[in-house]
Design a protein around this ligand. Structure first.
Ligand code: VGL
Ligand code: ZN
Length: 202
Protein backbone atom coordinates (compact mmCIF):
# COMPACT_ATOMS: atom_id res chain seq x y z
CA UNK A 1 0.00 0.00 0.00
CA UNK A 2 1.51 3.27 -1.10
CA UNK A 3 0.40 5.98 1.30
CA UNK A 4 1.81 8.84 -0.72
CA UNK A 5 -0.03 10.45 -3.57
CA UNK A 6 2.08 12.29 -6.09
CA UNK A 7 2.41 15.29 -3.79
CA UNK A 8 4.28 12.99 -1.40
CA UNK A 9 7.06 12.81 -3.97
CA UNK A 10 7.93 16.49 -3.57
CA UNK A 11 11.67 16.60 -2.77
CA UNK A 12 12.72 18.37 0.42
CA UNK A 13 15.93 18.61 2.46
CA UNK A 14 14.93 15.63 4.63
CA UNK A 15 15.18 13.46 1.50
CA UNK A 16 18.38 11.81 0.31
CA UNK A 17 19.23 10.39 -3.10
CA UNK A 18 21.39 7.27 -3.23
CA UNK A 19 23.02 6.76 -6.64
CA UNK A 20 24.11 3.15 -6.72
CA UNK A 21 27.17 1.83 -8.61
CA UNK A 22 26.98 4.03 -11.71
CA UNK A 23 30.44 2.81 -12.72
CA UNK A 24 32.12 2.16 -16.05
CA UNK A 25 32.28 -1.65 -15.62
CA UNK A 26 28.47 -1.83 -15.20
CA UNK A 27 27.79 0.04 -18.42
CA UNK A 28 27.07 -1.84 -21.68
CA UNK A 29 30.38 -3.17 -23.04
CA UNK A 30 31.85 -3.51 -19.55
CA UNK A 31 32.64 -6.89 -17.94
CA UNK A 32 29.40 -6.74 -15.96
CA UNK A 33 27.49 -4.54 -18.38
CA UNK A 34 23.85 -3.92 -17.44
CA UNK A 35 21.60 -3.41 -20.47
CA UNK A 36 20.48 0.20 -20.81
CA UNK A 37 22.49 1.42 -17.81
CA UNK A 38 24.10 4.22 -19.83
CA UNK A 39 20.61 5.44 -20.76
CA UNK A 40 19.66 6.35 -17.18
CA UNK A 41 22.56 8.78 -16.67
CA UNK A 42 20.65 11.86 -17.96
CA UNK A 43 17.70 11.08 -15.69
CA UNK A 44 19.98 10.66 -12.67
CA UNK A 45 21.72 13.92 -13.54
CA UNK A 46 18.38 15.72 -13.54
CA UNK A 47 17.48 14.15 -10.17
CA UNK A 48 20.80 15.47 -8.81
CA UNK A 49 19.56 19.02 -9.44
CA UNK A 50 16.68 18.59 -6.97
CA UNK A 51 16.96 19.93 -3.40
CA UNK A 52 17.89 16.67 -1.68
CA UNK A 53 19.46 17.14 1.74
CA UNK A 54 22.21 14.72 0.69
CA UNK A 55 23.16 12.93 -2.50
CA UNK A 56 25.42 9.93 -1.96
CA UNK A 57 26.96 7.80 -4.70
CA UNK A 58 28.32 4.31 -4.14
CA UNK A 59 31.18 2.55 -5.88
CA UNK A 60 31.70 -1.20 -5.96
CA UNK A 61 35.40 -1.25 -5.07
CA UNK A 62 36.94 -4.71 -5.07
CA UNK A 63 40.45 -6.07 -4.54
CA UNK A 64 41.75 -8.00 -7.60
CA UNK A 65 41.26 -11.31 -5.75
CA UNK A 66 37.71 -10.61 -4.58
CA UNK A 67 35.56 -13.57 -3.52
CA UNK A 68 32.74 -12.56 -5.90
CA UNK A 69 34.95 -13.09 -8.98
CA UNK A 70 34.57 -16.28 -11.05
CA UNK A 71 38.26 -17.14 -10.68
CA UNK A 72 37.55 -17.59 -6.97
CA UNK A 73 34.35 -19.52 -7.58
CA UNK A 74 32.14 -16.45 -7.29
CA UNK A 75 29.18 -15.56 -9.50
CA UNK A 76 30.67 -12.58 -11.38
CA UNK A 77 33.42 -11.82 -13.87
CA UNK A 78 36.15 -9.57 -12.52
CA UNK A 79 34.72 -6.04 -12.19
CA UNK A 80 35.25 -2.74 -10.41
CA UNK A 81 38.78 -3.47 -9.23
CA UNK A 82 39.79 -0.64 -6.90
CA UNK A 83 41.55 2.20 -8.67
CA UNK A 84 40.95 0.95 -12.24
CA UNK A 85 39.16 2.91 -14.96
CA UNK A 86 36.32 0.40 -14.81
CA UNK A 87 35.70 1.23 -11.16
CA UNK A 88 35.38 4.96 -11.84
CA UNK A 89 32.01 6.66 -11.79
CA UNK A 90 30.71 7.02 -15.36
CA UNK A 91 32.25 10.18 -16.85
CA UNK A 92 28.84 11.55 -17.88
CA UNK A 93 27.50 11.43 -14.32
CA UNK A 94 27.24 15.01 -13.02
CA UNK A 95 29.09 15.01 -9.72
CA UNK A 96 28.61 18.63 -8.63
CA UNK A 97 25.85 17.78 -6.15
CA UNK A 98 27.19 14.42 -4.98
CA UNK A 99 28.20 15.09 -1.39
CA UNK A 100 29.44 11.66 -0.39
CA UNK A 101 31.02 8.79 -2.30
CA UNK A 102 30.90 5.52 -0.46
CA UNK A 103 32.96 2.49 -1.48
CA UNK A 104 31.94 -1.06 -0.70
CA UNK A 105 33.09 -4.62 -1.30
CA UNK A 106 36.67 -3.80 -0.35
CA UNK A 107 37.29 -6.87 1.81
CA UNK A 108 38.66 -9.84 -0.22
CA UNK A 109 36.41 -12.46 1.35
CA UNK A 110 33.13 -10.56 1.72
CA UNK A 111 30.80 -9.09 -0.88
CA UNK A 112 28.64 -6.07 -0.21
CA UNK A 113 25.63 -5.39 -2.40
CA UNK A 114 24.00 -2.94 0.00
CA UNK A 115 25.30 0.55 0.69
CA UNK A 116 24.50 -0.06 4.37
CA UNK A 117 26.26 -3.33 5.19
CA UNK A 118 28.02 -6.34 3.68
CA UNK A 119 26.14 -9.45 2.52
CA UNK A 120 27.08 -11.39 5.68
CA UNK A 121 25.80 -8.50 7.82
CA UNK A 122 29.23 -8.57 9.51
CA UNK A 123 30.04 -4.87 9.21
CA UNK A 124 28.10 -1.70 8.53
CA UNK A 125 29.24 1.24 6.44
CA UNK A 126 27.85 3.92 8.73
CA UNK A 127 25.54 5.28 6.02
CA UNK A 128 22.48 5.10 8.28
CA UNK A 129 24.17 7.25 10.93
CA UNK A 130 25.38 9.67 8.28
CA UNK A 131 21.85 10.05 6.92
CA UNK A 132 20.32 10.48 10.38
CA UNK A 133 22.96 13.04 11.25
CA UNK A 134 21.83 15.08 8.26
CA UNK A 135 18.19 14.88 9.33
CA UNK A 136 17.23 12.53 6.51
CA UNK A 137 14.05 10.52 6.99
CA UNK A 138 13.42 9.35 3.43
CA UNK A 139 15.75 7.93 0.79
CA UNK A 140 15.29 7.64 -2.96
CA UNK A 141 17.36 4.99 -4.72
CA UNK A 142 18.52 4.94 -8.35
CA UNK A 143 21.25 3.19 -10.33
CA UNK A 144 22.34 -0.40 -10.94
CA UNK A 145 21.64 -3.14 -10.58
CA UNK A 146 18.01 -3.05 -9.56
CA UNK A 147 18.05 -6.78 -8.79
CA UNK A 148 21.29 -6.68 -6.75
CA UNK A 149 22.82 -3.57 -5.22
CA UNK A 150 19.78 -1.29 -5.60
CA UNK A 151 17.46 -3.91 -4.09
CA UNK A 152 19.83 -4.70 -1.21
CA UNK A 153 20.29 -1.00 -0.45
CA UNK A 154 16.56 -0.30 -0.54
CA UNK A 155 15.78 -3.26 1.74
CA UNK A 156 18.37 -2.13 4.27
CA UNK A 157 17.17 1.48 4.13
CA UNK A 158 13.63 0.34 4.91
CA UNK A 159 14.91 -1.97 7.69
CA UNK A 160 16.84 0.97 9.15
CA UNK A 161 13.57 2.90 9.38
CA UNK A 162 13.83 5.25 6.43
CA UNK A 163 10.88 5.76 4.14
CA UNK A 164 12.35 4.23 1.00
CA UNK A 165 11.45 4.86 -2.63
CA UNK A 166 13.09 3.06 -5.56
CA UNK A 167 12.90 5.18 -8.71
CA UNK A 168 12.41 2.30 -11.12
CA UNK A 169 12.83 4.24 -14.35
CA UNK A 170 16.21 5.45 -13.06
CA UNK A 171 17.40 1.86 -12.47
CA UNK A 172 18.38 -1.05 -14.70
CA UNK A 173 18.63 -4.73 -13.78
CA UNK A 174 21.03 -7.58 -14.63
CA UNK A 175 18.31 -10.16 -15.23
CA UNK A 176 15.01 -9.32 -16.86
CA UNK A 177 13.41 -9.76 -13.45
CA UNK A 178 12.61 -6.15 -12.72
CA UNK A 179 8.87 -6.71 -12.16
CA UNK A 180 9.49 -9.64 -9.81
CA UNK A 181 12.15 -7.72 -7.92
CA UNK A 182 9.87 -4.69 -7.54
CA UNK A 183 7.04 -6.83 -6.17
CA UNK A 184 9.45 -8.38 -3.64
CA UNK A 185 10.68 -4.97 -2.55
CA UNK A 186 7.17 -3.60 -2.13
CA UNK A 187 6.32 -6.57 0.11
CA UNK A 188 9.24 -5.50 2.31
CA UNK A 189 7.99 -1.97 2.77
CA UNK A 190 9.83 -0.28 -0.08
CA UNK A 191 7.82 2.03 -2.33
CA UNK A 192 8.41 2.41 -6.02
CA UNK A 193 7.90 5.55 -8.08
CA UNK A 194 9.05 7.06 -11.35
CA UNK A 195 11.81 9.66 -11.49
CA UNK A 196 9.96 11.40 -14.31
CA UNK A 197 6.99 11.96 -11.95
CA UNK A 198 9.29 13.33 -9.24
CA UNK A 199 10.88 15.69 -11.77
CA UNK A 200 7.49 16.80 -13.10
CA UNK A 201 6.50 18.03 -9.61
CA UNK A 202 9.48 20.30 -9.17
C1 VGL B 1 26.60 -5.46 -8.41
C2 VGL B 1 27.01 -7.63 -8.95
C3 VGL B 1 28.26 -7.59 -8.41
C4 VGL B 1 25.67 -4.30 -8.43
C5 VGL B 1 27.86 -5.38 -7.85
O1 VGL B 1 26.13 -3.15 -8.42
O2 VGL B 1 24.44 -4.51 -8.46
N1 VGL B 1 26.18 -6.60 -8.94
N2 VGL B 1 28.68 -6.44 -7.87
ZN1 ZN C 1 30.72 -6.29 -7.24
Amino acid sequence: MVANGHSGLFIKPADALLVIDMQVDFMPGGPLGVAGADGIVPLINRLCELPFGLIAATQDWHPADHVSFDMRGGPWPMHCVAGTKGAALVPDLAQAHIGVVLRKGMQPDLDSYSAFEDNARASRTGLDGLLRGRGINRVFVAGVALDYCVAATARDAARAGFATVVLTDACRSVAQSAAVEQAALVSEGVETAHAVDVLALM
